[in-house]
Design a protein around this ligand. Structure first.
Ligand SMILES: [Zn+2]
Length: 241
C-alpha cells in the first residue's frame, strides 16, 4: 500500500509482480518526474499498479513549488484518485513547516474533490495531520509506516482511517509495538522502499515475512492478518479502482 516502485529496476518490478498473483502495488510519487514514471508503470501493469500523485514534504525547498499545481492538473487529466506521498513532517524537516501545511492542504482538497484516498507521511506531526484530515472530513486515508503515539492510533482507527505496517518492524521496536497492538480492523500492509532502513533494503518481497512476524506476535494465523489487511485496503482503494 506504499512503495516507490519507479525506483526499482524494471527486472525487480517484474519480479515483485510475479512473486504474488494477488499483490497490488500502491505506487506513490514525490514530484512531477516520479509521477510520470508511476503513470507509465500503471500503463504497463494496469491491474497491479495503482498510481498516486504526490509532492513529498522533503521536496519543499528542493524542487520548484510550481510543481504542486502542475501535479494536480496532471492528476485531474489522468483520473488519478490516489494521493501520496504527501503529508507533514516535523521530525526531519521542521524548517519548512509553513509551506508543508499549504502544500498538504492543496492535496487534501484535491482528494476530497475527487473522492480519493490519501497516502500519508507524518513523522513528528501525526496529530496535526489527523486534525487537518478531520477538518476536511476525509474518509479515506492511511498513515504510512505508523510510529506515532499509541492513543492517537485508536483515534485514527475509530475515524475509519488506517495505519500501515512495514517490514521495518523486524528491526524497529516502536513499529513492532504498533503491529502487536493495532486492532486488525485498522491495519494495511506496505513495504515503502527501495529505501534502505538501517541496513534493511525495503521491498514488497519482505511483506510475507512481516506478516509471519505480525501473526506470531499476536498469536493469530497469517491468513487472518492477510484477510484483514486486504479488506481494509479494499476499503481505501474502493474510490480509486
Ligand atoms: Zn515512502
Amino acid at each position: 500500500m506504499h512503495v516507490h516502485l519507479y525506483e526499482f529496476s524494471r527486472d525487480e518490478v517484474r519480479g515483485i509482480i510475479e512473486s504474488d498473483p494477488g499483490i497490488v502495488l500502491v505506487s506513490v510519487s514525490e514530484d512531477v518526474e516520479s509521477f510520470q514514471a508511476v503513470l507509465s508503470l500503471h500503463e504497463e501493469y494496469p491491474d497491479r499498479v495503482v498510481p498516486c500523485v504526490g509532492f513529498h514534504p522533503w521536496n519543499i525547498g528542493k524542487e520548484p513549488l510550481s510543481q504542486v499545481d502542475e501535479l494536480i492538473r496532471m492528476a485531474y487529466r489522468s483520473d488519478v484518485a490516489c494521493v501520496g506521498e504527501v503529508g507533514l513532517d516535523k521530525k526531519f524537516v521542521p524548517e519548512t513547516w509553513e509551506t508543508q501545511v499549504q502544500v498538504f492542504g492543496k492535496f487534501v482538497d484535491y482528494a476530497v474533490e475527487v473522492g480519493g484516498f490519501l497516502n500519508i507521511h507524518a513523522p513528528g506531526a501525526w496529530r496535526e495531520t489527523l486534525s487537518i484530515l478531520a477538518d476536511a472530513c476525509v474518509e479515506r486515508a492511511m498513515f504510512h509506516w505508523y510510529t506515532g503515539p499509541r492513543d492517537l492510533m485508536y483515534v485514527i482507527g475509530e475515524a475509519g482511517l488506517k495505519v500501515s505496517l512495514n517490514p521495518a518492524l523486524k528491526i524497529q521496536r516502536k513499529h513492532l509495538e504498533i503491529a502487536r497492538e493495532a486492532p486488525l480492523g485498522y491495519i494495511v500492509l506496505e513495504s515503502d522502499g527501495p529505501y534502505n532502513y538501517r541496513g534493511l533494503r525495503l521491498t514488497p518481497l519482505l511483506i510475507r515475512e512481516a506478516v509471519g512476524i505480525i501473526a506470531r506476535e499476536r498469536g493469530v494465523s497469517e491468513q487472518e492478518v492477510l484477510e484483514a489487511a486486504r479488506a481494509n485496503s479494499e476499503r481505501l482503494l474502493h474510490a480509486v479502482r
